[in-house]
Every structure is written in structure tokens, then in C-alpha cells.
Design a protein around this ligand. Structure first.
Ligand SMILES: [Zn+2]
Ligand SMILES: [Zn+2]
Length: 286
């Protein structure tokens, strides 16, 4: 993996969102492992150890896929030196053909777009993600998809446990109108009532919102991946090679194992530069 040289967030918005993610992941892990699971099963229960396995697996995959998304260099870089013969280079922003990026003062291949926040042209650019403070493109698309997938599984898992813990195990303390008010106005209540119970409700709420948000993201980006498109290419069939091949284009040749670890080698079948041959294959496949 080629490492990005400048990986710190460039805007305040990116900085706030990335810091929030970097903080909430370990906080939620601590809450589930040290508060909720022993609360549900009892402090000495063997089930606490059984939950620890999947919890650590999810923490490992969420943190390291997030880090890999941030660290992986998916820019055009200096590799774009040779424009294929008989190819016209257009001027201005574009994604369907080779084009000249006036900001980078360099020629960029089809599907590459300039990101004003990152200040670079990104190969097969999907979108700029505020929660990682970087662009999602050809080389880090795999880590981003798996980051979202594991985040959804973790928030779903956490929310099931949290709902049981809050409303049943500690139901006597939480099943009242004050709790409902605190869930509806969490920040206001945090200023009035700074108690452990209040923090529990805030983490509970963040997990529930996170589960819905990552669920929607997973469906949206999953559909894009299956159809061989990116955010900028809405409903385009230009690079659609069939579902399996489209998944391989994002997750690599060992796509079926990538959910296990971001360290697992899964070579991408394409260099992210010469898309003409993919377009031809896609036309044949139709
Ligand atoms: Zn550029
Ligand atoms: Zn960007």
C-alpha cells in the first residue's frame, strides 16, 4: 500500500468529524465490554468472555480499516506519465476522458476527479468522506466499504445489547419520561445533568443513530459497488462488468476474505488508470 504523505484533516469540518470517530469507537467498545455486557450477564459470567471475541474482532477491523482508508494514497500521483496514443486530452474537470487538471497542472485519466479539499486528483474518485478526512478512490475503496460494513455490524450488535441493558436490566432507573426527554434533547440534558446515567444514554443514542446511518451508507455504497459505478457516475453502465467482477474491482482478487482483516493481501485487478479496456469489456458484456 502506497502511504499518503499528508494525511491530517484539512478542514475544521473534517477535523471535528474524524476526531469524533476516533474517540467514539474506543468509548463505545469500553461501554459495551465493561458496562453493558457484564450488566446483562453478571460480572462473573462466562458469556462476558464469549462476547469479547467478536467485540475485539469488530474493534480491530473498524479501527484499522478506518486508518487504512486515511493512510492509503489513492491520488493520481506521479504515475500518470503516459497518455495512451490516439487519445485526446480535454481541458477542465471531467471524468469520462483523459483531461487536464488546471489545479494540479497535470493530465488525469478517466474517472479521476480533483478534490478541492484534499488538493489532489483522485483515481476513480468516489467521494470525499468527512469521517476519515480524505477522498475515497480506487485504492482505498476496499477499506472504506469494509469500515462501513463492520461499523454497521458493530452498531447493530451494540444497539441490541444496549436496548436490553437500558430498558430491561436497568429498566427501573431508565423507564421514565425523563429518559425519553434526555434521548430527544441529549446535548441540552448533558449540560443540565452530568451523571453516569446521562452518558450511558448519549452513547446509546449515538449507537442507534450510527446504526441507521451506516445501514443507509452500506446499502447506498454497496449498490454502487455492485453496479460498477461511483458516486459521480449515477446509473452509468460504462464500467459494469457484472456483479462479481465489479466487487473484485473494489475489494480485489481475494474479495471473499477481505472482511477478515485489512492486512489481508487482495490485489486489485486494475491499475485505476486505463479504463478504455474496461469500457470495451463492459460493452461486450451487455
Ligand atoms: Zn487535480
Ligand atoms: Zn478529498
Amino acid at each position: 500500500m502506497k502511504i499518503r504523505k499528508r494525511f491530517l484533516p484539512r478542514t475544521v469540518q473534517d477535523g471535528v468529524a474524524t476526531t469524533f470517530m476516533a474517540a467514539i469507537i474506543p468509548i463505545t467498545f469500553w461501554f459495551e465490554v465493561y458496562v453493558v455486557i457484564p450488566g446483562v450477564h453478571g460480572v462473573d459470567s462466562i458469556y462476558n468472555w464469549i462476547h469479547l471475541g467478536p467485540a475485539l474482532f469488530l474493534l480491530f477491523n473498524i479501527s484499522l480499516n478506518m486508518l487504512a482508508t486515511i493512510m492509503c494514497d489513492t491520488s493520481c500521483g506521479s504515475e500518470i506519465v503516459q497518455v495512451p496514443e490516439n487519445v485526446k486530452v480535454s481541458s477542465g474537470l471531467g471524468s469520462k476522458s483523459w483531461h487536464l487538471c488546471s489545479t494540479c497542472e497535470a493530465v488525469a485519466p478517466p474517472r479521476a476527479w480533483h478534490c478541492n479539499t484534499c488538493g489532489i486528483c483522485v483515481l476513480k474518485r468516489d467521494h470525499h468522506c468527512v469521517f476519515t478526512g480524505c477522498c475515497i478512490g480506487h485504492r482505498n475503496h476496499r477499506y472504506f466499504i469494509l469500515f462501513v460494513l463492520h461499523l454497521f455490524i458493530a452498531t447493530l450488535y451494540g444497539s441490541i445489547l444496549n436496548n436490553y441493558f437500558i430498558w430491561f436490566v436497568r429498566g427501573e432507573e431508565f423507564r421514565n419520561w425523563t429518559s425519553v426527554m434526555k434521548i430527544v434533547f441529549p446535548l441540552a440534558m448533558l449540560m443540565i445533568d452530568i451523571s453516569t446515567k446521562q452518558y450511558y444514554l448519549v452513547i446509546y443514542l449515538i449507537n442507534m443513530v450510527g446504526m441507521c446511518f451506516t445501514g443507509v451508507l452500506l446499502i447506498y455504497h454497496g449498490k454502487k459497488m455492485l453496479s460498477g459505478t461511483v458516486v459521480h457516475e449515477s446509473n452509468s453502465k460504462d464500467y459494469d462488468l457484472g456483479r462479481l467482477e465489479n466487487v473484485r474491482m473494489v475489494l480485489g482478487k481475494r474479495w471473499h476474505l477481505t472482511w477478515l482483516s485489512p492486512f489481508l493481501e487482495s490485489e486489485l485487478p486494475h491499475n485505476g488508470i486505463n479504463w478504455d479496456c474496461v469500457q470495451k469489456e463492459a460493452r461486450k458484456a451487455k
